[in-house]
Write a protein that binds this ligand. Structure first.
Ligand code: ADP
Ligand code: MG
Length: 212
């Protein structure tokens, strides 16, 4: 049985858009402090683009919808984060198509493939003060929890907590990738905007799953 469907992906995009808008002040100020201030706009545009695709996505299977979302994000969100997030969705869609989505372990594997695509495209890893400081630990926690066959409530609670820890970990780091890399020690004390938006997105999607 399939565990993801396209209607859920669209519901998630709407919930993500709402979360991004509710956190406008936070996301704007984080990217103004250590970037160029456009991260909020980029993320809002990305979620909005997915919502506008609703009619063309609905007839598709979840893997095809995710792949199509990735292609569209590639041409619509700007900044460093646009192509990185686009590669996440394209790889996640491709892996779901190959392996199916009938277990949490398969969804975790597809999520991990998406994160790996970001890591390769961004040439970055944990500890460089980017979105990967959230996504890599979350991916590892997801794989572990899913292969241990934890129940979905425990998986979601673990992912929300891991994302929060990863986001907070960026505060004390020096950036070695992205715009903030030029700031040296001046970046210390500021949370990375991409890490914050990824943490918010993971929390939003997990809460949707928990309330299903
Ligand atoms: P830009 O940096 O071009 O203004 P955004 O403001 O939308 O684009 O996104 C900035 C975020 O992108 C950063 O906070 C960081 O999390 C992420 N990022 C930047 N470069 C990389 C990279 N090489 N690998 C992974 N994530 C990155
Ligand atoms: Mg920016």
């Amino acid at each position: 049985m399939s565990l993801i469907n396209t209607a859920f992906i669209i519901t998630a995009a709407k919930a993500i858009q709402k979360t991004i808008v509710e956190n406008e002040a936070t996301l704007e100020s984080l990217d103004r402090e250590i970037g160029d201030g456009d991260h909020y706009i980029n993320m809002k545009r990305g979620a909005g683009v997915v919502m506008e695709m609703e009619a063309e996505l609905l007839p598709l299977t979840a893997d095809a919808a995710l792949h199509k979302i990735g292609m569209k994000l590639l041409s619509t969100i700007g900044g460093a984060s646009g192509p990185l997030l686009a590669s996440f969705f394209m790889s996640m869609g491709k892996t779901l198509k190959e392996n199916g989505d009938d277990s949490h372990a398969k969804i975790a594997a597809a999520f991990a493939a998406g994160v790996e695509a970001i890591r390769q495209r961004g040439k970055a890893d944990v500890g460089e003060k980017t979105m990967l400081d959230v996504l890599i630990p979350v991916s590892h926690a997801f794989t572990l929890a899913a292969t241990q066959q934890h129940d979905v409530r425990l998986i979601c609670a673990t992912l929300i907590h891991t994302a929060e820890q990863g986001m907070l970990s960026t505060k004390d780091l020096i950036a070695t990738k992205g715009r903030a890399a030029g700031l040296g020690e001046r970046a210390i004390g500021h949370i990375d905007p991409g890490a914050k938006s990824c943490q918010l997105i993971i929390k939003t999607v997990c809460n949707l799953v928990l309330n299903k």
